[in-house]
Design a protein around this ligand. Structure first.
Ligand code: ADP
Ligand code: MG
Length: 241
């Protein structure tokens, strides 16, 4: 990364031959074959591919929730000590929306959104204020006191989006965030995600089956059978070196 410029301009994620194999021996499943990709600051990326192609696995690797079984996944623009070689990530910098249900069942929507903020050290009042604002942004104010069991799958998914945005991440990784939503709501959630990304100066990577979602982002990466294909540009090639 020589000549990479100021810290803020360093890419948020760099994958070099990053692979993830589940299991071993004859039962091994290669979910992601050596992936090479860069998520620069300001990115608006859709990862498109059929079910089972490895999108969620790649997203979890980028989120540092999982480790590659070969190759590397680094976060030069998010590490606090990049020169020292230590990859020290702050959990709050990476916002993840999971594909499946992820709200904590015993907590209300407001409590689900507040909890990470309390963990980050906000006071109870600050956390409640910020959580309420995030729910309002997703037009979920009326759900604040509801438990996940009392919501539709789509509502729960939007609460999970609010929970992610309330933490003000610098990298947004959303796994099929509109998968459970009708067309109109999907459009709204995408709008909120993109405008939040603009105001947070965050990069966005969204996995999706929805051509409308993919079309609304700046670039599209494709996955098939664990292989990532992205349009190659000279800039990207340079960044990878
Ligand atoms: P996608 O998100 O595109 O549907 P996934 O990343 O979920 O794809 O899965 C990629 C492949 O890895 C699939 O063949 C899936 O069955 C397999 N896989 C995913 N998670 C696991 C796991 N925890 N253990 C074993 N195989 C898994
Ligand atoms: Mg998936």
């Amino acid at each position: 990364m020589t000549g990479a410029g100021p810290t803020s301009a360093k890419p948020l994620v760099v994958c070099v031959d990053a692979a993830r194999t589940y299991g071993s021996g004859p039962n091994a499943v290669v979910a992601v074959h050596g992936a090479n990709c860069v998520v620069p600051t300001g990115a608006r990326i859709a990862v498109v591919g059929p079910s089972g192609s490895g999108k969620s696995t790649l997203l979890h690797l980028m989120a540092a929730l999982d480790r590659p079984t070969a190759g590397t996944v680094d976060h030069p623009g998010l590490t606090t000590d990049p020169e020292g070689g230590a990859d020290i990530l702050q959990a709050r910098d990476i916002g993840v929306v999971f594909q499946g249900p992820s709200l904590l069942p015993p907590l209300t929507a407001l409590e689900n959104v507040s909890l990470p903020l309390l963990i980050d050290g906000l006071t109870a009042d600050e956390a409640a204020d910020r959580a309420s604002a995030a729910l309002a942004e997703l037009e979920l104010g009326t759900l604040a006191a509801k438990l996940p069991d009392e919501m539709s799958a789509g509502q729960a998914q939007r609460v999970a989006v609010a929970r992610m945005l309330a933490r003000r991440p610098r990298l947004i990784l959303a796994d099929e965030p509109t998968g459970q939503l009708d067309r109109e709501t999907a459009r709204h959630v995408l709008e909120v995600l993109l405008s939040a990304a603009d105001s947070l100066d965050a990069a966005v990577l969204i996995t999706t089956h929805d051509a409308r979602v993919a079309g609304a982002l700046d670039e599209r990466w494709y996955m098939a059978d664990g292989r990532l294909v992205q349009p190659e540009t000279p800039d990207r090639e340079r960044e990878l070196r």
